[in-house]
Design a protein around this ligand. Structure first.
Ligand SMILES: *Cc1c(COP(=O)(O)O)cnc(C)c1O
Length: 461
């Protein structure tokens, strides 16, 4: 390892200049970033990031919802090092397989709910959702119901950024670029009680929002609908946690019409809610699951589709060749790293810790932030949370120019050593599952201070 060429050691200004000259970032206004200069993150340990100026930042987002076991775990580095020497790459196309991919498929079959015994590997969450679109339509073809093509999703959902992923997603800004959505993908209301349920209790609203699915199926024609897809908790859309009545009603409707139910578990999977998967937290049984992000805690790019026996048996028995796959499907190094990550989650009891110890503590402190005069609602589950910033406490009055106050708050967080993200005026967190109680307190204190600074900036004091 000592012979590996090190990355050059440059000053921050030099990195920023090279960055803006050569590197087009995802989801970025290129010109605005070039004027400001990127934050250069150089290393990380546990729940902390360090930038090129040596500043320490508490990572309230676990990277991008993925670093569940925290940064700096040598076991994953060693797994990658070992596997790269043994077999750095081989494809799984032409009747070939490799031990880490087979072993990971076996472990996932054991960890996921009982209806799942098979995995299809991809390189990301987006690729997994692309795979699902093709797999679902192929399933219905093989069933002799090729007219079932339509997949129903929700407004403000996030399912990735490829053509199919962004189409399944319900982000209007994304649809406005590149001619999306692709045909036969439609969207219904999201289960966002704080915004849409002002006249009813959460329980009543959950059922009402779920019934939008039945209305849409009837509108399209039940014989044309293939599947419904949803994140158990919407992550990028602003940590939207549906009322507990929502998912059981969605499942009832899917079963009534015989359509497939898909859970996009890319954020909720691998312990975020205090259960291994979000569908277990809400008590429903999907036919397909999208996995990515925390499957490796972000240490390697990897995604997977879990395929229930209902679907897999048809693909296998009636199938013939499924003309789909990726060069990196079942990548041995990514799979070896995933195995090391899952071993840590399991052996260190991190999922139970979220359910019984650190999750409840985080939620208690998070609810305390709800006392702040800027906050209209503080909600959360396990190690995920959202704060709704409102113009008048005690009401659900949003700020007139939505999104502006959230960005002010986010910038204060960055400047004060905390990563907390803003979605419109909703502040969100999704920290590593390994946070200590002291770090939860640190998160609370920094967040409160930044809410104060934000209130001061907008003349609310
Ligand atoms: C991040 C995310 C995706 C996309 O995953 P990528 O690895 O970025 O392609 C899909 N679904 C959900 C719910 C996500 O949060």
């Amino acid at each position: 390892m000592s012979r590996a060429a090190p990355i050059a050691d440059r000053a921050t200004r030099e990195w920023q200049e090279l960055d803006s000259r050569h590197f087009l970032h995802p989801f970025t206004d290129f010109k605005a970033l070039a004027a400001e200069g990127a934050r250069i993150v150089t290393r990380a340990e546990g729940a902390y990031l360090y930038d090129s100026e040596g500043r320490q930042i508490l990572d309230g987002m676990a990277g991008l919802w993925c670093v569940n076991i925290g940064y700096g775990r040598k076991e994953l580095a060693e797994a990658a090092y070992r596997q790269m020497q043994e077999l750095p790459y081989y494809n799984s196309f032409f009747k070939s397989a490799n031990p880490p991919a087979i072993e990971l498929a076996r472990v996932l079959a054991g960890l996921t709910p009982p209806q799942f015994s098979r995995a299809f590997f991809t390189g990301s969450g987006s690729e997994s959702n692309d795979t699902i679109v093709r797999m679902v339509r192929r399933y219905w073809d093989l069933m002799g119901e090729g007219g079932r093509k339509v997949i129903i999703s929700r407004h403000n959902a996030y399912h990735g950024s490829t053509m199919a992923g962004a189409s399944l997603g319900g982000m209007s800004a994304m649809h406005s670029q590149g001619g999306l959505p692709i045909p036969d993908i439609v969207h219904i209301e999201q289960p966002y009680w704080f915004e849409n349920g002002t006249d009813v209790s959460p329980a009543e609203y959950g059922v009402r929002a779920a019934r939008r699915l039945a209305e849409k199926i009837e509108e399209i024609g039940p014989g044309r609908v293939a599947a419904f897809i949803g994140e158990p908790i919407q992550g990028a859309g602003g940590v939207i946690i549906p009322p507990e009545t929502y998912w059981p009603e969605i499942q009832r409707i899917c079963r009534h019409y015989g359509i497939l139910l898909i859970a996009d578990e890319v954020v909720c999977g691998f312990g975020r809610t205090g259960r291994w998967f979000g569908c277990e937290y809400f008590g429903f049984e999907p036919d397909l699951m999208t996995l990515a992000k925390a499957i490796t805690s972000g240490y390697q790019p990897l995604g997977a589709v879990m395929v229930s026996d209902r679907v897999a048996d048809v693909l296998v028995e009636k199938g013939g060749e499924f003309f789909h796959g990726y060069t990196y499907s079942g990548h041995p190094v990514a799979c070896a790293v995933a195995l090391a990550n899952l071993a840590i989650l399991r052996d260190e009891g991190l999922v139970d810790r979220v359910r019984e110890d650190i999750g409840p503590y985080l939620q208690q402190r998070w609810r305390d932030l709800g006392e702040h005069r800027l906050v209209g609602e503080a909600r959360g589950v396990g190690m995920i949370g959202a704060l709704e910033l409102v113009a008048h406490k005690g009401t659900r009055t949003f700020f007139r120019n939505r999104g502006e106050v959230g960005l002010i708050c986010r910038d204060h967080c960055f400047a004060n050593g905390l990563v907390m993200r803003a979605v419109r005026d909703t502040m969100i967190i999704s920290p590593p599952l390994v946070l200590s109680r002291g770090q939860v307190d640190e998160l609370f204190e920094k967040a409160w201070r930044c809410l104060d600074l934000t209130a001061r900036d907008i003349g609310l004091s």
